[in-house]
Design a protein around this ligand. Structure first.
Ligand SMILES: Nc1ncnc2c1ncn2[C@@H]1O[C@H](COP(=O)(O)OP(=O)(O)OP(=O)(O)O)[C@@H](O)[C@H]1O
Ligand SMILES: [Mg+2]
Length: 322
């Protein structure tokens, strides 16, 4: 793809210059338990590369049954760098199949095989203690279908919150999450699954997010937390996450599909992937300036920066003006 050759490094120095007014304010958080993370973490990843071996079978002998299988290496990530400091939110943008989940999983220390480059957590490599401080919300939710929303969150609170809190305090945190994530109307509905009808997909996603938010991790990684949500609910959830990031000094990394411009401006930083290669990694406020400096300008005014970035990452260069 033509545009995958456009690489940007972290534009960390002038990031505040073009920040939208929304971006400088943290929404108020009602999360009473948002104490500072036990140990705020600076996540730094440099020059990440990841490849998998895949097998391709070829029928060589015109339907006579003989076939040869060749091993091929497929690069899923190539030269991806970035840094997320405590209290910051990083968005990963890119077309479907561009490597967002792969990158997020690598940052969570859950990718099988060898990831080249370096990922450090406040200068340290990934350890089991780091794993305990990391919250991970997968793209596909893994929840027990027969429990209700409040039961799911209450069990998570009882099992995962520290012993210093009483049972009642833990249950209260679960109730706060229900309110904070707008789950009051389905509080007593069962989660459900493919075979039993339960809460909606968006509500289920919010329960998954709530489970991880409960414990106020130092690093919170979320795969498409807003997919399937309307833009108002998506904005509300991201506002809650931003409150968690700012209040709890949590580093938040999310992959995201098609954010509205209001949602886009909630993020401090963005990594844009195209076929596993970064076309931009740095502050959200500098994106337009950066692409303008290399000759890519949106064809009309007042464009949503996220739409512009996705057009670039998809190689839709005819939608841009040069
Ligand atoms: N274990 C694997 N085996 C084969 N292909 C894989 C594997 N893991 C990832 N891929 C491929 O790598 C590419 C990137 O996958 P990834 O899930 O990271 O994309 P994504 O950007 O999260 O896409 P989406 O927005 O659809 O979730 C895809 O083309 C996918 O098919
Ligand atoms: Mg994905």
């Amino acid at each position: 793809m033509e545009n995958t050759t456009i690489h940007a490094t972290n534009g960390t120095s002038r990031g505040d210059e073009m920040r939208s007014p929304d971006q400088t304010q943290s929404p108020p958080s009602r999360l009473s338990f948002v104490h500072q993370s036990s140990r705020p973490i600076t996540l730094r990843f440099e020059d990440l590369a990841y490849a998998i071996k895949s097998q391709s079978g070829e029928d060589n002998n015109n339907n006579l049954g003989s076939s040869s299988i060749t091993n091929m290496t497929r690069t899923l990530l190539n030269g991806v760098s970035g840094v997320v400091r405590p209290g910051e939110m990083l968005a990963m943008l890119g077309p479907s199949g561009s490597g967002k989940t792969t990158l997020l999983t690598a940052l969570a220390g859950r990718l099988p095989g060898k990831v080249l480059g370096s990922i450090t957590y406040s200068g340290q490599p990934f350890t089991s203690s780091m794993k305990r401080k990391t919250g991970f919300v997968a793209q596909d939710d893994v929840l027990y279908p027969h429990l209700t929303v409040i039961e799911t969150l209450s069990y998570a609170a009882l099992l995962r919150l520290p012993k210093t809190l009483t049972r009642d305090e833990k249950l209260q945190q679960a109730e706060i999450i229900v309110t904070e994530l707008g789950l009051t109307s389905c509080r007593d509905s069962i989660i459900g699954g493919p075979l039993i009808r339960g809460v909606s997909g968006g509500e289920r996603k919010r329960v998954s997010i709530g489970q991880e938010m409960l414990v106020n991790p130092s690093l919170l990684l979320l795969d498409e937390p807003t997919s399937g949500l309307d833009s108002t609910t998506a904005l509300r959830i991201m506002g809650t996450l931003k409150g968690l990031a700012r209040g709890g000094r949590t580093s938040v990394v999310t992959t995201i599909h098609q954010p509205s411009s209001r949602l886009y401006w909630m993020f401090d930083k963005v990594v844009v992937l195209s076929d596993g290669c970064p076309i931009y990694s740095g502050h959200t406020g500098q994106v337009m300036q950066y692409f303008r400096s290399i000759g890519h300008v949106p064809g009309f005014n007042f464009v949503n920066p996220a739409d512009f970035l996705l057009d670039l990452a998809n190689g839709e260069l005819d939608l841009l003006m040069f």
